[in-house]
Design a protein around this ligand. Structure first.
Ligand SMILES: Cc1cc2nc3c(=O)[nH]c(=O)nc-3n(C[C@H](O)[C@H](O)[C@H](O)COP(=O)(O)OP(=O)(O)OC[C@H]3O[C@@H](n4cnc5c(N)ncnc54)[C@H](O)[C@@H]3O)c2cc1C
Length: 171
């Protein structure tokens, strides 16, 4: 059954005129309306799942992942990629009459472009814990690096389209 929720931020919109040298526009991060209006949503409008098992807190046969989920990680495709196998394993376990057996650690990744040719490949989990995919001598995720830029611009598009979106992992 649907329930209508007021849109957060709805009253904060308006017209503003300002001079600027550089503008960085950040839209509000909110859940899709059809999710927020459903019985699956928490108070903020996201599908209310356990942050480790990704199982819905009220409906054990429902799991949630990605930007629409209530997990307190950075909302990134990198996070959804890590959450997908957790959901698959736990869903199969529950379908067989068992309990969720896999856990999501909050992993997310934000390639932060700090200059042309250099990126900080920030990878972290719940609580801001650093979770690098590469050894520090190769890519230090706390520092701008040319190799991170090449990874993002040259390698990741191919990995994304041919690997991740098809459910494959290369490591
Ligand atoms: C500018 C930008 C840059 C980003 N850069 C990165 C990055 O470098 N690395 C990274 O890891 N992440 C990045 N992200 C985040 C990443 O895009 C999201 O975290 C990821 O796409 C979330 O995947 P999702 O499947 O949960 O949701 P989405 O990709 O948003 O998919 C939701 C789908 O549901 C569909 N939908 C909506 N309403 C309905 C409806 N009523 N019925 C049916 N379908 C519906 C939508 O059309 C959409 O296709 C970036 C996001 C933005 C906006």
């Amino acid at each position: 059954m649907a329930r209508q929720r007021p849109r957060p931020f709805a009253k904060k919109t308006g017209e503003v005129t300002r001079a600027f040298d550089m503008m960085h526009v950040t839209p509000p991060q909110i859940a899709p309306r059809f999710v927020a209006d459903s019985l699956l949503a928490d108070k903020a409008g996201y599908v209310e799942v356990d942050q480790v098992t990704l199982q819905h807190v009220g409906y054990p046969n429902i799991f949630g992942l990605g930007d629409g989920g209530s997990t307190p990680n950075a909302k990134t495709a990198a996070a959804a990629r890590k959450q997908a196998p957790i959901v698959a394993v736990n869903l199969l376990s529950v379908l067989k009459g068992g309990e969720p057996v896999a856990g999501y650690d909050g992993y997310g990744s934000c390639p932060l472009t700090v200059e042309k040719g250099k990126i900080v490949l920030a990878e972290f989990g719940y609580g801001g814990k650093l979770m690098p995919s590469f050894p520090k001598w190769l890519i230090d995720g706390t520092q701008p690096a040319r190799l991170s830029w090449l990874l993002k611009s040259e390698a990741l598009p191919w990995i994304y389209w041919n690997g991740m979106l098809k459910g494959h992992e290369c490591w």
